[in-house]
Ligand binder design. Structure first.
Ligand SMILES: [Zn+2]
Length: 462
């Protein structure tokens, strides 16, 4: 469609295609028309999804896999304006907030948080476009000679070195619109990532991407990874709402916990708000210091989510129950051929598990606490000191012994070392993943129950 020259394939000229349909939307090479149509289509589809009887998880999945691809192709192949892309972003954020039951004031970087970081995974189309345009230009310039020639002619590139210098310096006058956009995209990447991204022409007249002067071989993967990281970085900068994500970004359970087709509706409504510190607790109020934030049940500290879930004396029974539920779940899934002691007393210590696999002994304790990496490290080193004697005792029996902490966060994340230990115990990745997922579900549900009990004073049954 874009190349109006005589291009031959198998000696036959390739016919020009003035209009065609892509995923139901008319696409043509006039600016924006295709994208506008597609966006209206997307809006209609989103309405249909929002009004349907699907579960929230299914709705999110539908938006991500069936609706957004209608835009992707056009975002890549037309010349959309920034303002237009921003309009699409604003609309998608609204949709995500409705699906995730988030209030207006929730930070929009959460909507764009990728799934590997535990977010809903709706991409920011402005960054999508920036990634695409750089990737496409580099790909175009490094094709077969005939193709590159045509691409150069269209873009008005006579001397690659001169053009590259212009793009890098941001001197955009006289450049083809695509090259102007590449220049501003590179600038945006440089400023957001605090590094210098530049294009360079090498000796073979190929275009390459460099970061701080170093060649990036897999530029497409690199740019995608950078643009995926951005929402997370913005979220971590956001002091009130980004607190939990420090851990979630490292935790293998984060993505599987809340974005799971079996999540209960009540948990779904609770989880997103809780993660962004938007639950209706007195300690979550950040806009004023003028009010009394004391816990309404015990008056012993600020009524934060951490206090309610981990340290409020009024919740003592629930906190013990939560620990036991997790321990019982792990116990149920330990493979048959693995010997273990659960809650067995050895002298003056009583670890949750002592597990004997074919190759080693594992002394493991289940701990559930606030999702705070430094706290987790402290708990782990305390545990290691506590069980040192026991470790020596088992080590003398002829197998290597380790003290491990199965460390879970109260909103369903798990530490990396916890996942590794579970794999040693379960001896299969599939079983480990299933266990992590199930425990995350248990913990999110428990957190929701505890919060509701705290707020209403009515005990929540299952
Ligand atoms: Zn309290």
């Amino acid at each position: 469609m874009n190349v109006n020259h005589d291009v031959f394939m198998n000696m036959e000229p390739i016919p020009a295609t003035p209009n065609y349909k892509y995923l139901g939307a008319w696409a043509n090479n006039e600016k924006l028309v295709g994208l506008n149509d597609a966006f209206n289509l997307v809006k209609a589809d989103c309405d249909l999804i929002l009004n349907s009887d699907l579960t929230p998880m299914q709705k999110l999945h539908a938006v991500r896999t069936h609706v957004l691809p209608k835009l992707y192709h056009l975002i890549q192949n037309t010349s959309p304006l920034q303002s237009h892309l921003k309009k699409i972003n604003a609309y998608m954020r609204k949709v995500v907030k409705i699906i995730c039951f988030l209030p207006e004031k929730a930070t929009s970087s959460y909507c764009h948080l990728s799934r590997i970081h535990g977010g809903p995974g709706i991409p920011d189309v402005v960054w999508l476009r920036r990634t695409n345009i750089i990737t496409s230009l580099i790909a175009c310039m490094n094709q077969e000679p005939e193709f590159t020639e045509i691409a150069r002619e269209i873009l008005g590139v006579e001397n690659l070195h001169a053009i590259v210098d212009k793009i890098n310096s941001g001197e955009r006058a006289g450049l083809h619109p695509v090259l102007k956009e590449v220049s501003s995209a590179l600038k945006a990447f440089s400023s957001e990532n605090e590094a210098e991204y530049q294009l360079k022409a090498n000796d073979r007249n190929h275009l390459i991407l460099t970061k701080d002067g170093k060649f990036i071989p897999f530029y497409s993967t690199h740019l995608k990874a950078v643009s995926n990281m951005l929402p997370l970085r913005q979220l971590l900068k956001c002091k009130n709402q980004g607190r939990f994500f420090e851990t979630l970004q490292h935790s293998p359970a984060a993505t599987r916990s809340i974005y799971n087709f079996h999540t209960k509706m009540c948990d779904w409504r609770f989880a997103h708000k809780a993660r962004l510190n938007l639950s209706p607790l007195k300690g979550s109020i950040t806009w004023t210091d003028q009010i009394n934030k004391n816990c309404r049940r015990c008056q012993l500290g600020d009524e934060t989510l951490n206090h309610v879930l981990n340290s409020c004396p009024a919740q003592k029974k629930e906190i013990v129950g939560r620990h036991n539920k997790v321990r019982d779940h792990i116990e149920k899934w330990i493979p048959d051929h693995v010997t273990f002691f659960s809650e067995q007393r050895f002298g003056d210590c009583q670890p949750d598990f002592v597990i004997e696999t074919d190759t080693q002994y594992i002394i493991a304790d289940v701990k559930i606490s606030n999702e705070n990496p430094s706290l987790w490290n402290r708990i782990h080193s305390n545990n290691a000191t506590k069980y040192e004697k026991l470790k020596n005792y088992f080590a003398n029996r002829g197998k290597p012994t380790s003290v491990e902490t199965l460390q879970f966060g109260c909103l369903g994340s798990a530490s990396m070392s916890c996942a590794k230990t579970l794999k040693k115990i379960m001896q299969s990745q599939r079983k480990t993943n299933a266990t992590l997922r199930a425990i995350s579900n248990i913990l999110v549900h428990q957190a929701r129950n505890q919060t509701v009990t705290h707020l209403t004073g009515k005990h929540q049954n299952e």
